[in-house]
Design a protein around this ligand. Structure first.
Ligand code: DGY
Length: 426
């Protein structure tokens, strides 16, 4: 890529971020996702930090203004009314002053806090803003371990596929079969009016997404009860790795702010998590696998969820094995990293999280591979990511076989990651 190309793409990415900016929060994309999403916002802040650090802090602060009293940070904040999205506030029925959903999402906030804190040019503002966010993020992390790891095993469970962010991953298929569909209220999907239905989850999956929402709503969104009452409890290695890395990064910021107690608690959480993660390793696949907490068995589904742990400080040998899985993929795919093993007959190149490439995932994995010294494979992933942007623009996700853009267009987190990738590539 020439310097001119880089500068053109840099400016186009900023254009997307600004276009989706609603003042104090950013929507993932117009139409399909018209509110604030939790992990999207944290990735967005990383992008905004390249051209407006004040705005980047605000993005995260707005998210944490909607933290629940028990510590949970919801996955959607419904700042405005918009009938173009389903399920809206009435279906969630969480009773919050500004309506929110009742489930959470991957906690990128710990990592994002450290990045903003270390990169900010205005040191006084960074200290003040980090000091205010620190206890809120810690409260969320404590919430995770109290409510999603009730047996104290060191790893937390997701109770709804939307919590992992990887909505229709093959990882959930078996466990999801146990979720009933009887009795759900009639509904009309809106997502398929904005994006090609062939790129989106199926109706059978939506029925189960909604059954879980209605079930949790029936329990009054009481987080102390949801875990044990859920027929779907999956320990996702990727989700846990993001939380572990978040605890590590929070500890670094806490230390810099003189909060040794916070630092120690979070180092301890991370160490316990890393030790427990080892139980999810599969020698056969050379990666981690999800655990079905209801059956107590590993789920035989080699997805991106088992590669994301390179983002946490896993052993070097594990990082090298993950690098090999990606190199192997690169021999048969035009673009990496596919969200599911392309040799698995269940792989679908265009359907959301069952095969497509997602730049946010590439970013987490590149960061981890670089930290582990796996520079060659990291460079390969970086190249694919920038090639996809040049070929197909700022799509929500991409077909790994052809590079075709899929899902929503002019996508905020894709643009944010491009700014990050251009920086890493520089
Ligand atoms: C959706 O509606 O597609 C979301 O992924 C739920 O967060």
């Amino acid at each position: 890529m020439t310097p001119e190309d880089k500068s053109r793409i840099f400016n186009l990415a900023i254009e997307v971020l600004k276009e989706n900016d609603r003042g104090a929060y950013t929507v993932p994309t117009k139409g399909l996702y018209p509110f604030q999403w939790n992990w999207d916002s944290c990735f967005t802040a990383l992008g905004q930090a390249h051209f407006d650090e004040d705005r980047a802090w605000t993005e995260m602060e707005t998210l944490f203004e909607h933290q629940w009293p028990d510590g949970m940070v919801p996955h959607i904040i419904f700042h405005v009314h918009d009938d173009g999205y389903f399920p809206g506030p009435d279906v969630w029925g969480t009773g919050r002053a500004t309506p929110t959903s009742g489930i959470t999402q991957p906690p990128i906030a710990g990592f994002a806090l450290r990045q903003l804190f270390e990169r900010s040019a205005d040191r006084t503002a960074a200290e003040r803003r980090a000091r205010a966010l620190l206890p809120k993020i810690e409260k969320w992390f404590a919430w995770f371990y109290a409510n999603r790891d009730p047996q104290g095993q060191g790893l937390v469970a997701i109770l709804h596929p939307w919590e992992a962010g990887r909505d229709n991953s093959i990882d959930w298929d078996e466990a999801f079969d146990r979720v009933p569909t009887e009795g759900i209220a009639p509904y009309t999907r809106r997502d398929t009016q904005h994006a090609d239905p062939a790129h989106r989850p199926t109706k059978a999956q939506y029925d189960r997404y909604l059954w879980l929402v209605e079930h949790f709503r029936g329990l009054g969104w009481d987080n102390a009860r949801l875990h044990d009452a859920s027929p779907f409890q999956v320990v996702d290695p990727g989700f846990n790795a993001i939380l572990i890395r978040g605890c590590q990064d929070l500890a670094v910021v806490a230390e810099a702010l003189g909060r040794a107690d916070t630092a120690a608690r979070n180092r301890n959480r991370a160490a316990r998590g890393l030790a427990a993660l080892e139980n999810l390793w599969s020698d056969r696949h050379g990666q981690y696998l999800c655990l079905d907490r209801i059956t107590g068995t590993l789920i035989d589904s080699p997805s991106i969820g088992g590669l994301i742990p390179v983002f946490a400080a896993i052993p070097k040998s594990r990082a090298a094995a993950i690098g090999q899985v990606i190199q192997q993929q690169a021999t048969r795919l035009k673009y990496v990293i596919a969200s599911h093993d392309p040799d698995d007959p269940r792989f679908e190149a265009k359907r959301y999280w069952r095969g497509p490439v997602w730049l946010v995932v590439n970013y987490l994995i590149v960061d981890g591979l670089l930290a582990a010294g796996e520079t060659e494979v990291a460079a390969r992933v970086l190249r694919s990511s920038l090639d996809l942007i040049e070929q197909s623009g700022f799509a929500e996700y991409y077909d790994p076989l052809t590079g075709a853009p899929c899902g929503g267009g002019r996508f905020t987190w894709t643009a944010a990651m491009v700014l990050e990738f251009l920086d890493i590539a520089a």
